[in-house]
Design a protein around this ligand. Structure first.
Ligand code: COA
Length: 387
């Protein structure tokens, strides 16, 4: 008998990686490091870095539009946009609002979620709960970070580790056997100092002094974070599988946060699982923070690695300290559907309309807009008088 309970099913996926690639050798020309050190300690070979004009929202929008195209969905049907990020374009307003607006997702709520590098899996869990509640049918989840903007490019201990990018999934309420099976969230705030951007928040607002001291950059105790990750990744996987009622043998693919190949190897060893069951692309992108899990998921799907009916575990960890895991069954209905011609055009039109509409609203709210509105009002009054 097929199961008939409400589930959140992934029906679309997309990713964006900036064009500019920085190799280990490029970094070795700028700082005291070597390709060999970076490769052997982290597994990273290159990373993609955002162009000057790009920030988190721009990448998130690209990934989100790709996910909508795969699902062949209408952005106006989205109920909620959640963006997992710790590098929003601005502290206020949220990046999610920029994404919602650029998509023309007129009926969607929008919110950012900061759970460090666990941001995407956290956001996926929130989206799953929003759908299970019965309040939402279609939820867009994005993980996006521009780490190059908060990493000190002169600090070899961190500059070599991070890259920029975005990944997105579209979740729809379904009643089949596919979708999110179980989730797990964790936090240990005692480790706040291990991975942090000390200044720029309400505790230590940005000032000339904080900038002079480099406190607006990410600081990290790499060894402690490594120990935490090597311990928490296998534990989170085991716990989420227990909640899902699955054994490790029943899992086809594990998609971990891509921070360091050695962390993934340590987790595989501890779980006694072949490393080949872990989807890995840290060599290509480095640590893209909240974007790393959805980018790895997207690439695995696009390679044809993940097949309908297969069971996956996504697992993230990061600043907070935080960790999160989700077990899911990939659905038969999530094969890439050929986009209906007119719907592709409709989406294109909605995106252009969203752009123009935003310009118009901003104009109308500006002084010039108010003056224009006043002139219109005077003209209307004059016409009424003449009549
Ligand atoms: N190139 C060359 N040498 C470097 C270097 C670099 N880019 N970065 C650090 N080193 C040096 C250190 O200064 C140190 O030198 P010392 O022994 O003379 O003091 C030496 O390499 C070893 O440093 P160590 O910190 O012990 O290296 P490690 O094996 O722990 O690897 C990390 C460092 C950062 C790669 C590793 O700790 C790590 O990946 N931690 C987890 C980080 C992470 O995942 N963060 C994000 C979580 S979301």
């Amino acid at each position: 008998m097929p199961e008939t309970r409400r589930r959140a099913e992934i029906i679309g996926w997309g990713m964006y990686a900036p064009e500019r690639v920085v190799t280990n050798d490029d970094l070795a020309a700028l700082m005291d490091t070597t390709d060999d050190w970076i490769r052997t300690r982290t597994g990273i070979e290159r990373r993609h870095i955002a162009a000057e004009h790009q920030a988190t929202a721009a990448m998130a929008i690209e990934a989100a539009r790709a996910a909508l195209a795969v699902a062949d969905a209408d952005p106006r049907d989205i109920d909620l946009v959640i963006v997992g990020t710790m590098t929003p374009d601005t502290w206020m307003p949220s990046t999610a609002c920029a994404v919602q607006n650029a998509l023309g997702a007129l009926h969607a709520g929008a919110v950012d979620l900061n759970a460090g590098c666990s941001g995407f899996v956290y956001a996926l869990t929130m989206a799953h709960q929003a759908i299970l509640s019965g309040e939402h049918e279609l939820v867009l989840v994005v993980g996006a970070d521009t780490m190059s903007r908060i990493v000190n490019q002169e600090d070899r201990a961190t500059a070599v580790l991070f890259g920029d990018g975005a990944g997105a999934v579209l979740l729809r309420a379904g009643e089949g056997s596919a979708g999110v099976l179980a989730t797990l969230l964790g936090s240990d705030g005692s480790g706040a100092d291990l991975l942090a951007v000390p200044a720029g928040g309400s505790a230590l607002p940005a000032s000339a002094e904080t900038v002079a001291q480099g406190l607006h950059y990410l600081s990290m105790d790499g060894r402690q974070v490594f120990r935490f990750a090597a311990r928490i990744v296998p534990r989170a996987i085991e716990q989420v599988l227990e909640r899902a009622g699955l054994t490790l043998d029943e899992v086809d693919w594990i998609i971990p946060h891509q921070a360091n190949l050695r962390i993934i190897e340590a987790a595989a060893k501890r779980l006694q699982v072949e490393e080949s069951r872990f989807c890995v692309n840290v060599n290509e992108y480095g640590n893209t923070s909240a974007a790393s899990v959805p980018i790895a998921l997207c690439e695995a799907v696009e390679r044809g690695q993940i097949q309908p009916g297969q069971q996956l575990v996504l697992v993230g960890f990061g600043a907070g300290l935080t960790w999160a895991a989700a077990a899911l069954r990939w659905g038969p209905s999530v094969q890439e559907a050929p986009a209906v011609f007119y719907r592709r055009w409709l989406r294109w039109l909605i995106y252009r309309w969203a752009e123009l509409h935003t310009r118009w609203l901003r104009f109308a709210r500006s002084r010039a807009g108010r003056a224009w509105g006043g002139a219109q009002e005077r003209w209307r009054r004059m016409r009424r008088k003449r009549e």
